[in-house]
Design a protein around this ligand. Sequence first.
Ligand SMILES: [Fe+2]
Length: 136
Amino acid sequence: MPLMVWTQSLSVGVAQFDNEHKKLITLINDLFDAIQSGRGRQMLGSVLDELIEYTQTHFAHEEYQLKVLGFPGYEAHKREHEALGKKVLEIQRKYHGGATATLSMELMSFLKTWLVDHIQGVDALYVAFVKERGLH
Ligand SMILES: [Fe+2]
């Protein structure tokens, strides 16, 4: 059973961002599998690195579009991304520093909850705006 499943309730109506959110969900599921199956530290570390890198790529894509389109909530949205970015980099730093315990189920539920809350709470705020400007 995957930890997360993308459903229409997570759609932001922009194909590129939906696809990127799906990829994030896949990476969170991969991390979950790696933890559950007790795979090695190195494996966990590389999945975590990939998830963090892809998160930054996705945030950059969203921020670029919101900026180009002149979305009024751009700054606030960017700050939300930065807050998560800081948190996950802290987790990554601790992990590579040897604190295996930080990569726990607690982290997984944090990532899952954060992603769902962000998509449905914060990303949802740009949906109507970007659609009106032809992004879909
Ligand atoms: Fe976002």
